[in-house]
Design a protein. Structure first.
Length: 278
């Protein structure tokens, strides 16, 4: 199958057990569920910067109330502390409403939460900070029903964004379905080659990169060589594409999320033999 063929894939037969799905909430916000496990990426933010999709009020209210499909979320993942990916106030509101949920984020995100709630707030005990940079080895965490791995891939934009801790979270749900979220990673091959062994270690059912990987020749090469995923669905598509998903997918030559509330079924490839943590 060609790289573009993988990009255009929308789902398929499941290896075993219940279906896995990805549900779009806005910008880079994605809810992934399989069986009893649910996780959500980059869903609590407040800034559109005049061009990106905000989480609709109806979805924000449903997340806060924990109504389906936003019931039973096990963990929140944050790629980086930019206002179109993370804002402290909505994140704190969600964490206070759901007192068993843990958040996995960068040190910079943790510090933004600390500034919001103050030192000693018990909420911070549920925030696990991965204080890593691009040259650091992957880190591994475990939570009931989840295997969690993370590396740092530099934020797109070159040296002007070098101080941003942009994290790529890879999460395996229900011991079966693995997904990867790339935050605002830039399409720089050296940044992926550095972690080639990490990406090769575990096959993913789906990867969620920013849309610019789909329209960039280097980005397409990185997808083909490093992503190790059965499906790729682009995110961070400008709000101007809302309601014009088919046009955006045709223009980019691959699948993307454009409208909050849309979803994709995900394949559930069998787990690889080597599941040992780093």
């Amino acid at each position: 199958m060609t790289a573009i063929g993988i990009l255009a894939s929308g789902g398929g037969a499941f290896a075993h057990g219940p279906a896995a799905s990805a549900h779009y909430v806005g910008n880079e916000g994605v809810l992934v569920s399989r069986g009893k496990s649910k996780v959500i990426f980059d869903a609590f933010y407040a800034d559109s910067y005049g061009q990106y999709t905000l989480v609709p009020d109806s979805i924000r209210a449903a997340m806060l109330a924990g109504t389906p499909p936003y019931d039973g979320i096990d963990a929140v993942f944050v790629s980086h502390a930019h206002g179109d990916h993370f804002s402290a106030a909505p994140a704190v509101a969600f964490m206070r409403a759901h007192k068993k949920v843990r958040m996995y984020a960068s040190r910079q995100t943790h510090d933004a939460l600390l500034a919001e709630v103050g030192k000693g707030d018990p909420l911070l005990s549920r925030v696990i900070a991965a204080d890593i940079g691009p040259a650091d080895a992957p880190r591994h965490f475990e939570l009931k029903g989840l295997q969690i791995e993370v590396v740092s891939i530099p934020h797109a934009g070159g040296p002007s964004r070098s101080s941003v801790q942009n994290l790529s979270w890879r999460v395996t749900l229900d011991d079966s379905t693995t997904v990867i979220h790339f935050g605002d990673a830039g399409p720089v091959e050296a940044d992926f080659e550095r972690h080639a062994a990490h990406f090769a270690k575990r096959r993913a059912a789906a990867a969620f990169p920013p849309y610019w990987f789909l329209g960039d020749e280097t980005g397409k090469a990185i997808i083909a060589r490093y992503f190790n995923a059965d499906q790729v669905v682009g995110i961070h598509v400008p709000a101007s594409a809302t309601g014009h998903g088919d046009e955006a997918r045709k223009q980019l030559g691959g699948d993307v999320f454009t409208d909050p509330g849309e979803s994709r079924q995900l394949e559930s490839p069998a787990l690889e033999a080597d599941k040992k943590p780093y």
